[in-house]
Design a protein around this ligand. Structure first.
Ligand SMILES: Nc1ncnc2c1ncn2[C@@H]1O[C@H](COP(=O)(O)OP(=O)(O)OP(=O)(O)O)[C@@H](O)[C@H]1O
Length: 640
């Protein structure tokens, strides 16, 4: 094997590596030790300079017996092992190779985040489909619904037979195959959903006298706050001067899926005159109308039903309700992370997708026409004409309490989170107390209806904390989403005892904010890793065997696992160990005895949990099927 073509220098470095018995780390998935005694040659190729660092790529490794190993990926050679070599450094031929393992692999939770956040197997959203941007490329079907600003119709691509682009198709490879195996649709609705997989929102353009497109982008552009490619439209010169518009940066499984948007000539559909005459350029406007009336079209994935209709047409099922609540909170978390407020959180704007009547629906927040997406939660409120979104029934107490005046501002940070509390009532009891019973400006928290006892205690507490009048006391959406997600773990009998078996107790959740280093902190993190490890294992198994966990739940778990954060999870775990006093009070009152108890609980729990963890995998493969009885109440049936 000639080393010449890789250059003398590379050869020297290779020997240097071997001489020092260096561990060469293949990025993933193996750790590959090479020793001098092995007499191996490492073949390195200069892969480029980044600043003062030179990186090398391992292209071949030749063992003494002549076997050639080809690595899967790059190598990293530890800086400190080469840093001492004066000869190498003196000639400045080589700067030691940058050696740190990238942070993204460093932490167990980070690896899980990456797996679920970047892998299309767990996240169908990562698959993209480009859609045409001309109205005559689409064929319209029946009318789906209408609001003050738009009418929505079912649609498909002209000339295509149904869902050939896989919009809203299978969740992963397995369900994709099942979908393609052309099972006969079980209902008319399913048939239509397959035939017309899209929904087109035809915006009402009341400015009959204005020509051009800019005014349409400016007045209707807000609708695109949920469309990550909206900024490209801005770059293409649309949106006029509104440069502070900041739409969501990525798709999210619980935010309405917009596939494209465009402006084109107004299409007059057969029912248009009857349904929305004022939005048409009829003879009434003959003096003002422009030559080619246009409007904005928003092409979306088609959903099956609104939340408002669903709760009145389906039996109440508290497990399903909790999955829907968790999805709603995931959507709020994503909006919150990206500083976007939807500001019209009513059940008509929550859309659901499901294939079978008893399937747990996938839930999305839709209709961003009232959204605040300027990169700030604050809106100046100098006079009453400033629009504060939605209607009075869905506005948070702090929005209703705001009074206009000089230097007055309204803060929308937790407005959607508050509204999600009312929607949770609607999911669990069919009735949102703020639609009729209570006024959001004046209600008393203690007087809110008590949720049924069969609702999980974590969900009950989360709803209570979402509807706190005081913004500071209100639960953050990510903490609410975490608590609900954790409560949906299926393995074993109940989540609380699973947490305890992993070494997590009331005391550890109390101590969590002050854990950092030391033995206790390490043990606590170990316990948390076990919990997350079990949830991850259950999710992966569930994904391979789709009958175990429903599609919406698997997607929910992938979303949750792709945004794990230790501090937040610890906060959410407090919901499983409710306490009368605040966390701080507990910390104050903790003595050395209780800390000792905690340490010993770790010692026993870790031994116990090893035992438990050994037997748990059997449970994974023993499917627990979730079914509903005739009253819609959830039953867990362990299959024999
Ligand atoms: N993607 C979709 N799939 C199926 N139906 C939809 C979809 N989007 C909207 N709809 C239906 O159309 C109705 C009206 O849509 P939307 O709420 O977006 O209109 P709007 O004019 O913006 O309403 P509002 O008056 O609340 O502002 C919805 O309530 C729903 O029934």
């Amino acid at each position: 094997m000639s080393m010449k073509r890789f250059g003398k220098a590379a050869y020297r470095i290779a020997n240097e590596v071997l001489a020092r018995n260096t561990i060469i780390r293949l990025w993933w998935p193996r750790i590959f030790p090479i020793s001098h005694n092995l007499g191996a040659h490492v073949v390195l190729r200069n892969a480029g300079n980044a600043g003062r660092q030179t990186t090398f790529r391992l292209t071949k490794l030749i063992a003494r017996n002549g076997r050639i190993f080809r690595p899967f990926s790059s190598i990293l050679i530890e800086k400190n092992r080469l840093a001492n070599n004066k000869n190498l450094l003196k000639h400045r031929k080589f700067h030691p190779v940058f050696a740190k393992r990238p942070a993204k692999y460093a932490d167990f939770l980070a690896r899980i985040r990456k797996l679920f956040g970047e892998n299309a197997r767990y996240n169908e959203d990562l698959r993209a489909a480009e859609m045409p941007r001309r109205i005559d490329e689409y064929e319209f079907g029946e009318f789906l619904g209408q609001g003050c600003n738009a009418a929505v119709y079912e649609a498909k691509l002209a000339g295509e037979n149904g869902n050939s682009r896989g919009i809203g198709g299978g969740f992963n490879e397995v369900t994709e195959i099942l979908r393609k195996n052309s099972r006969r649709p079980s209902s008319d609705m399913e048939f239509r959903m397959n035939k017309y997989p899209l929904a087109i929102k035809l915006m009402f353009n009341y400015d009959h006298d204005k020509s051009g497109e800019n005014h349409l982008w400016e007045t209707m552009g807000n609708e695109l706050a949920a469309y990550p490619k909206a900024l490209q439209l801005i770059k293409n010169g649309h949106f006029g001067t509104s440069t502070n518009f900041q739409p969501l940066p990525k798709k999210h499984p619980n935010i309405v899926r917009i596939t494209t948007a465009f402006i084109d000539t107004l299409k007059i559909l057969p029912d248009a005159v009857e349904r929305y005459p004022d939005a048409l350029h009829t003879a009434r406007w003959y003096e003002a109308i422009t030559a080619t009336p246009k409007t904005m079209y928003i092409v979306m994935r088609r959903y099956r039903q609104t939340l408002h209709d669903y709760v009145w047409t389906h039996h109440r099922n508290y497990w399903t309700g909790r999955v829907m609540m968790a999805q709603l909170m995931e959507a709020c978390t994503y909006l919150h992370e990206n500083c976007v407020a939807q500001r019209d959180m009513k059940s008509d704007n929550i859309l659901l997708h499901y294939d079978y009547e008893d399937e747990i629906p996938q839930l999305v927040i839709a209709d961003f026409g009232c959204a605040l997406a300027t990169g700030s939660w604050l809106v100046d409120y100098p006079h009453e004409d400033i629009y504060l979104g939605g209607n009075r029934r869905t506005r948070a107490p702090e929005i209703l309490a705001a009074r206009p005046g000089p230097r007055q501002q309204v803060d929308f940070e937790l407005a959607d989170t508050w509204a999600a509390g009312g929607l949770s009532y609607e999911i669990l009891t069919r009735t949102n107390p703020f639609y009729k019973q209570f006024d959001a400006e004046t209600y008393n928290e203690q007087e809110l209806p008590i949720l049924p006892k069969r609702v999980h205690f974590v969900a009950r507490q989360v709803v209570e904390d979402l509807l706190k009048r005081e913004k500071k006391q209100r639960i953050r959406p990510n903490i609410a989403a975490n608590a609900l997600n954790l409560s949906l773990f299926r393995m074993g009998e109940d989540v609380k005892s699973m947490l305890e078996k992993c070494g997590i107790s009331k005391l550890s959740t109390i101590l969590a904010p002050s854990r950092k280093e030391g033995k206790i902190g390490a043990k606590m993190e170990e316990g948390l890793d076990k919990v997350i490890g079990l949830i991850t294992a259950e999710t992966i198994v569930g994904n391979l065997a789709p009958h175990l966990i429903t599609r919406a739940e698997r997607q929910l778990r992938a979303t949750f696992l792709s945004r794990l954060n230790r501090d937040d999870i610890w906060k959410s775990l407090q919901y499983f160990f409710p306490t009368e006093n605040t966390v701080n009070n507990h910390l104050d009152s903790m003595d050395s005895g209780s800390i000792a108890t905690l340490v010993s609980s770790f010692a026993t729990s870790s031994a116990e949990s090893q035992e438990n963890l050994k037997i748990e995998p059997k449970k994974i493969f023993k499917p627990q099927v979730i079914r509903t009885d005739s009253t819609g109440i959830l039953q867990r049936i362990r299959s024999k």
